[in-house]
Design a protein around this ligand. Structure first.
Ligand SMILES: C[S@@+](CC[C@H](N)C(=O)[O-])C[C@H]1O[C@@H](n2cnc3c(N)ncnc32)[C@H](O)[C@@H]1O
Length: 342
């Protein structure tokens, strides 16, 4: 008879396989055109304000610059959940272009398929001397080395054992190192909290038929917005709502930009393709909704669903966008705003 441990192991292994399968055919990097309009007008200014740069690559490059004392010292970098290595390759190329070559990136991912693709790209870009991709399950890794920068690009929301991974990152980071991340911090399974859902249900009748079609689930949500729990397969968004809270239990927030809310739903891979970047109504509607989303974030009515941030082991003067501090961006799961009615 199978024991509880055997059952747990086989359930875990099945999820690991689903996780590996998820990105075999699904492109990791493509997003609808309308996302880029939102991002250009409402994400880029926040990145510029907090980090003084305009792209995610430059956010990671900035962490390396700071941790290596303006490229004066060498820099050991660890990337957790690196996928096909697109982000790490861009980072390495931009560091070399800036004249900095005393770095090494170790990059870890669960998926043998993605690590193989990563190795092919490394070879094509002649970067084998700078980056070392490895297959490993972060849920099971123990600290052994120290790194000046640890980066996690959209991988934390796939991790079950977050407490363990943050202990691992804390132990593996040098005392003056930087933990740099861009990741999802909204509700588990990338679902909406009631306050975001209330907005979406209110505006849903304003959308056209084309805009109510979910392109990933191939489903027409004509009557109302239907929230989808992505965590039912693999580890997608498995503990997204715990990420920021747990990081702040371990690290100091240094630079922090939080964004998103209900806008993710309108611009992401699900409904985003239903909005046409060449249609004036579509673009104006997205602009108006983005402004509402911003106002609700600034007033605290909504909490951000994504963060771009540096965390450190030692306290530094914190920098954040407007009044959106890292701590005020934590959404406590059992709290419900009083303006939401059942
Ligand atoms: C959304 S992808 C992001 C990949 C890459 N960082 C990027 O930005 O393109 C999430 C990655 O996390 C990896 N991952 C999920 N759980 C993991 C685990 N327990 N250990 C290592 N990698 C994991 C997946 O295989 C996947 O490549």
């Amino acid at each position: 008879m199978a024991s509880d441990i055997d059952n747990k192991d086989s359930a875990y292994n099945a999820r690991v396989q689903q996780q590996i399968d998820q990105f075999i055919d699904q492109p990791i990097h493509d997003l609808p055109e309308i996302f880029h309009i939102w991002s250009h007008n409402y994400i880029r200014p926040g990145i510029a304000d907090v980090f003084g740069v305009e792209s995610i690559n430059d956010v990671y490059k900035g962490a390396v610059r700071e941790a290596s004392k303006q490229f004066g010292d060498g820099c050991r970098i660890l990337s957790v959940g690196c996928g096909d290595g697109n982000v790490e390759i861009q980072l390495a190329l931009s560091l070399i272009e800036a004249g900095f070559t005393r770095f090494r990136i170790e990059a870890v991912d669960l998926s043998p398929v993605l690590i193989e693709r990563f190795r092919e790209q490394l070879h094509a870009n002649k970067l084998e001397g700078y980056i070392l991709p490895q297959i490993a399950d972060l849920n099971k890794r123990t600290p052994s080395e120290k790194y000046n920068v640890i980066m996690a690009n959209h991988s934390l929301h796939h991790i079950v054992e977050l407490e363990g991974i943050f202990d691992f990152i804390f132990e593996s980071l040098t005392d003056d190192g930087i933990f740099a991340t861009c990741d999802m911090i909204g509700r588990n399974g990338h679902m909406r909290w009631p306050e975001s859902e209330a907005v979406l249900q209110t505006i849903w009748p304003l959308l056209s038929d084309r805009q109510r079609f979910h392109h990933q689930l191939l489903r027409h949500d004509r009557e109302r917005f239907v929230d989808h729990d992505c965590s039912t397969e693999g580890f997608e968004g498995i503990r997204a709502q715990d990420i920021l809270y747990l990081i702040l239990n371990r690290f100091f927030p240094y630079k922090f930009f939080g964004y998103g809310g209900f806008m993710d739903v309108l611009t992401d891979r699900g409904y985003g393709p239903g909005f046409d970047q060449n249609n004036q109504w579509d673009v104006e509607f997205i602009g108006a909704m983005s402004k509402l989303n911003e106002m609700m974030l600034d007033s605290g009515m909504l909490k951000p669903t994504t963060m771009i941030a540096y965390f450190t082991k030692q306290e530094r003067a914190p920098v954040h966008f407007r009044n959106r501090t890292a701590r005020s961006s934590v959404r406590i799961p059992f709290e419900k705003p009083d303006w939401i009615f059942e």
